[in-house]
Design a binder for this molecule. Structure first.
Ligand code: URA
Length: 240
């Protein structure tokens, strides 16, 4: 249980500076349980709090844990240069909460991207010591062959990597598509592994992180939603 003043609550949720949030309240733009609150100093319990600003309802969240179905032509970088950033797909105030992608997908890669403002969650999820399998569906230029799959499972040598990198699972889906499961998250890893094995990746989609499947989230490209406790638990590392 924790109580805070309404202006501080709104600031913590990304609605602007404390002064700006105090003005929003004083101007009657904020209501709780249908009642307009104009006392900026009112101390309010944050647990389970729902509030309305400009007729839109929000729930107080100490941290944000979000799954986004990333479309192509969006960049994960904080300062996107050639395409819009993935943050532009989320409500504006999330940027003020310093929401960031957990790891990165290339601008032309689609699929499951986690986003959060919880530094320890981001750090833990991105740690190379954490063995969270990530599943990708890669479309290839040349046909998928048993030899290609054998190479990816055995391990391929990438420039700048001291040891060969291998897929933990690799299945042919059809003549030009394969499902590949990786435990590491090296730069352009799937594309570079396919190139090192003599093929070329023409499209890439991340379909699963740990036990969390994009299909189960029911998100169209560009859509996002909050993850619940059960979904977050599916991101726990798998012992190796
Ligand atoms: N591997 C890649 O090559 N690109 C991605 O975006 C993710 C994994």
């Amino acid at each position: 249980m924790s109580k805070q003043t309404l202006e501080r609550i709104l600031q913590s949720q990304g609605f602007g500076t404390r002064k700006w949030c105090a003005e929003l309240v004083a101007e009657g733009e904020v209501s709780i349980n249908g009642e307009v609150i104009t006392d900026t100093r009112l101390s309010i319990e944050t647990d389970g709090l729902a509030f309305t600003i400009y007729d839109e309802e929000w729930r107080y969240r100490e941290h944000l844990y979000i799954a986004l179905h990333k479309p192509a032509d969006y960049e994960c970088s904080r300062k996107p240069s050639h395409h819009p950033g993935v943050l532009s797909l989320l409500p504006e105030q999330f940027a003020l909460r310093d929401v960031q992608p957990v790891g990165r997908l290339d601008h032309d890669t689609t699929g499951l991207l986690l986003m959060s403002d919880d530094g320890s969650f981001i750090h833990a999820q991105s740690s190379p010591k954490r063995h969270v399998p990530k599943v990708y569906v890669a479309t290839t230029h040349a046909p998928v062959t048993p030899h290609l799959i054998a190479q990816l499972l055995k391990g391929v040598k990438l420039h700048d990597e001291p040891a060969p990198l291998a897929a933990i699972v690799c299945n042919m889906l059809d003549s030009h598509r394969l499902e590949i499961v990786l435990e590491q998250g090296k730069y352009h890893q799937v594309k570079r592994m396919l190139a090192a094995a003599g093929n070329h990746c023409t499209a890439l989609c991340r379909t699963q992180i740990g036990g969390l499947k994009l299909d189960d989230l029911d998100l169209a490209e560009g859509e996002w939603r909050y993850l619940n406790e059960i979904e977050l638990a599916l991101l726990a590392p798998t012992p190796v």
